[in-house]
Design a binder for this molecule. Structure first.
Ligand code: ASP
Length: 437
């Protein structure tokens, strides 16, 4: 998703330029002209607004099939009990457990430090109203999320197509998970074909998202212009606080939670663990892609950590797509931050829904640079925050992407270490690893 354009600058540099151009333009307008001036209004209504909207709608258009296919593939691979039996179940449970810890750390930190709070409520409300028009039917659905006791019942769609059409995303994700489990349980030649087709769907969606993301630099410039013309310098302060909280939460997960897990559940000295995985850390940080880091993390697992080859291959290959603690944490932090920014009060039960979506989001996010952006845009719509807010974070996303990918890849190595404990290597039985989506 982040290929350097053949002759021009790499995409993330273009995104940073778009971000800066939009930001500076908007700040100048905010400081000297005011966002309500005639020609500024004309530009925001007829040019920057529509361009930003087109980009967001393209992301929305792709997110459902992308999530569905990624989840089915992720679960089908992770739960492939015939391949690894006990290790498969252990990986699945452990992935959900550690992702939940990550999301909770992130969400607690945002609630504690409130990096997005304190924006002028009138200005925020103005944007919220505009955003609501665009995401009206999605927002409608967030109301049903509050219906406390019925929450678990409503997780199960009576009609999955209606749920999908209503953008009722959690029931669709539940369906996709069950679908994946079903595929694992049947495993005939027909279901193998079906799975192959779903892999095809995933690849097509990835390709299209890769194309859409090329528009990002222009869309970011437009979205940032609109936001900074409206919010002024306040925006920069909040953004810095957001980055601080996100990086802080990721650091806690990386340097407190992982070492504890490696030590207590993996039976390995955390210092040995971290010094062995240095190479994978450097590669994941610099590529911002779990998939691109896979060959290195496999080598590290086998040669430096000395994990059984069969388990390391399985856990790491599947984990590159399906075990993304950093991504889950980031999605939670971002959604809550933007909710604070736009003055959207999320009740505890709504935050619980966000948490669940983020845990599943970690499974359903592709292991490529910027893979979580469509998922974040979608969750924003669900909880009634203007998806335009994504423009705010896109400019600083590369740095956060590098950090969360490091967390994702380290997390895969943690799972591999824990799952390997007590398992023997069997060099002769060289099970082919599932192919990373
Ligand atoms: N870049 C991340 C990864 O590859 C995915 C994301 O959160 O955007 O692991």
């Amino acid at each position: 998703m982040d290929q350097a354009s053949k002759k021009g600058l790499p995409l993330h540099v273009m995104m940073l330029i778009g971000f800066s151009v939009g930001l500076i333009g908007g700040l100048l307008v905010n400081s000297f002209v005011g966002s309500e001036t005639g020609w500024v209004l004309w530009i925001t209504t007829n040019i920057t607004g529509p361009i930003g909207q087109i980009f967001l709608r393209l992301l929305f258009m792709l997110v459902l099939p992308l999530l569905f296919s990624a989840l089915v593939i992720g679960v089908a691979e992770m739960g492939d009990l015939k391949v690894l039996g006990r290790a498969g179940i252990k990986s699945l449970l452990f992935t959900v457990f550690v992702s939940a810890i990550a999301v909770v750390i992130g969400m607690v930190m945002v609630n504690l430090f409130r990096p997005g709070a304190g924006v002028d409520p009138l200005v925020a409300q103005q944007l919220l109203e505009q955003g609501k028009a665009g995401a009206a039917n999605i927002v409608e659905n967030s109301k049903s999320a509050e219906a406390g006791g019925n929450f678990f019942i409503e997780l199960i769609p009576t009609n999955v197509f209606r749920a999908a059409a209503d953008n009722d995303i959690l029931p669709v994700m539940v369906f996709a998970m069950l679908f994946g489990i079903g595929v694992v349980m049947v495993r005939s030649s027909a279901t193998d074909h079906l799975l192959k087709s779903i892999e095809g769907l995933f690849e097509v969606m990835m390709k299209l998202i890769g194309l859409v993301i090329k528009l990002a630099p222009y869309a970011i410039a437009c979205l940032m212009f609109n936001l900074s013309a409206l919010f002024g310098w306040d925006l920069l302060m909040r953004l810095a606080a957001f980055v601080g909280v996100a990086v802080g939460a990721m650091a806690i997960h990386m340097f407190v939670v992982y070492p504890l897990l490696v030590w207590t559940m993996g039976g390995m000295n955390p210092l040995k663990f971290f010094s062995s995985i240095r190479e994978a850390v450097v590669v994941s940080f610099s590529t911002a892609s779990s998939n691109a880091s896979l060959p290195v993390s496999m080598r590290v697992a086998e040669e430096q950590l000395g994990l059984p080859r069969k388990i390391a291959r399985f856990v790491l290959t599947v984990g590159a797509t399906a075990n993304q603690n950093g991504t889950a944490l980031f999605e939670g932090v971002t959604v809550l931050f933007l909710a604070q920014f736009f003055g959207v009060d999320l009740s505890l039960s709504q935050q619980f829904v966000v948490m669940l979506i983020c845990i599943l989001g970690g499974v359903g996010t592709a292991g490529v640079p910027g893979g979580s952006l469509p998922v974040v845009a979608m969750i924003l719509g669900i909880v009634g925050v203007p998806p335009e807010g994504i423009g705010l974070i896109l400019g600083v996303d590369r740095l956060l992407d590098m950090c969360r990918t490091t967390l994702n890849v380290t997390g895969d190595l943690v799972v591999a270490t824990v799952v390997s404990r007590g398992e023997e290597d069997s060099p002769d039985e060289d099970t082919p690893a599932p192919v990373a989506a």
